[in-house]
Write a protein that binds this ligand. Structure first.
Ligand SMILES: NC(=O)c1ccc[n+]([C@@H]2O[C@H](COP(=O)([O-])OP(=O)(O)OC[C@H]3O[C@@H](n4cnc5c(N)ncnc54)[C@H](O)[C@@H]3O)[C@@H](O)[C@H]2O)c1
Length: 275
């Protein structure tokens, strides 16, 4: 069902790799709500992924950009504005990758060259993106910038490794740049802290299946799906949330405020009895 919440708005969506990607669902929902979008991802993911299928469905151009390259980001923003014939109303940063996590390297044995990559791709790219948008005055007033994050920035989760540090930095960048973008251009910047979700990046975390089940059993409303996340992002891009900025917004079925649920407690007791 469409409410036309994004009618007349124009946005850039980073990070749609395949139909499981959270960004894929956001792109579809944004268009359904009346937005015009530009899709972007790395050159390699454009070759390996499915983005052209999404581009057809969304009637959107695909512009290659590595989010760690300022040059690529500058060219992307220029081309997007040319395509739209004007400034941008919303941007989704749905980008993350850790070579340490991918290679199952434990946190106490981090490879620091990989750590640099993790931080650059998953956090500093957000600063680079906003610095480019800011310096080009590319955002319309009351525009909205959202990045996706995970609660491992606040609490430790087994298997999340150096991505936890990247997410903590990402959320800090959102606050710091949010203050400047709000003051100077009336643009809001937020992070959405999403439930574990079975995507390509998600499945890269060791023990993801158990993590999904645990979060599901702990959350009063159950895990938020990628489709739920898309709905939430649409509200954040819309004019209905114009004074929400510099926030880390939990979108997790209540998980972040739970201590212990009946389901987890009963499962624990059952396991203890069986031992
Ligand atoms: N899946 C989860 O459980 C979960 C939970 C909370 C937050 N998130 C976050 O959501 C975001 C999207 O992840 P997803 O779960 O949809 O997985 P995904 O694998 O579908 O998306 C990750 C995207 O990052 C892109 N990417 C990697 N390196 C890049 C680079 N250098 N430049 C540009 N793009 C690059 C990939 O090509 C891919 O499209 C990530 O920030 C992730 O950390 C995911």
């Amino acid at each position: 069902m469409s409410y036309n919440l994004l009618k007349g708005k124009r946005g850039i969506v980073f990070g749609a790799l395949n139909e499981h990607s959270i960004a894929w669902k956001v792109a579809e929902r944004a268009v359904e709500e009346g937005a015009e979008i530009v899709l972007t991802n790395t050159p390699i993911s454009l070759r390996m992924g499915d983005i052209n299928r999404l581009a057809e469905r969304c009637n959107a151009p695909v512009i290659a950009a590595d989010a760690t390259s300022v040059e690529d980001l500058e060219s992307l923003v220029d081309k997007a504005m040319e395509h739209f014939g004007g400034k941008i109303d919303f941007v989704l940063h749905s980008v993350g990758m850790s070579p340490n996590v991918r290679k199952n390297i434990p946190y106490q044995q981090l490879n620091y060259t990989f750590l640099d990559k993790t931080l650059d791709i998953s956090a500093i790219s957000f600063h680079k993106l906003m610095q480019v948008l800011y310096s080009k005055s590319a955002m319309n007033e009351w525009g909205s910038i959202v990045a996706l994050t995970y609660m491992a920035a606040q609490r430790t989760f087994v298997g999340y490794g150096d991505m936890a540090d990247a997410k903590a930095l990402l959320e800090s960048v959102a606050r710091s740049f949010g203050a400047i973008f709000g003051r100077d251009h009336k643009v809001r910047v937020n992070t959405v802290s999403q439930s574990p979700t079975a995507t390509t990046a998600g499945k890269g975390i060791a023990g993801m299946g158990g993590m999904l089940d645990f979060a599901e059993a702990m959350s009063p409303l159950g895990n938020a799906t990628a489709e739920d996340c898309a709905d939430y992002c649409v509200t954040l891009f819309s004019d209905l949330t114009r004074k929400v900025t510099m926030q880390n917004l939990y979108h997790d079925g209540g998980f972040s405020n739970m201590g212990l649920s009946e389901a987890v407690y009963n499962g624990f007791l059952k396991g203890a009895k069986e031992e």
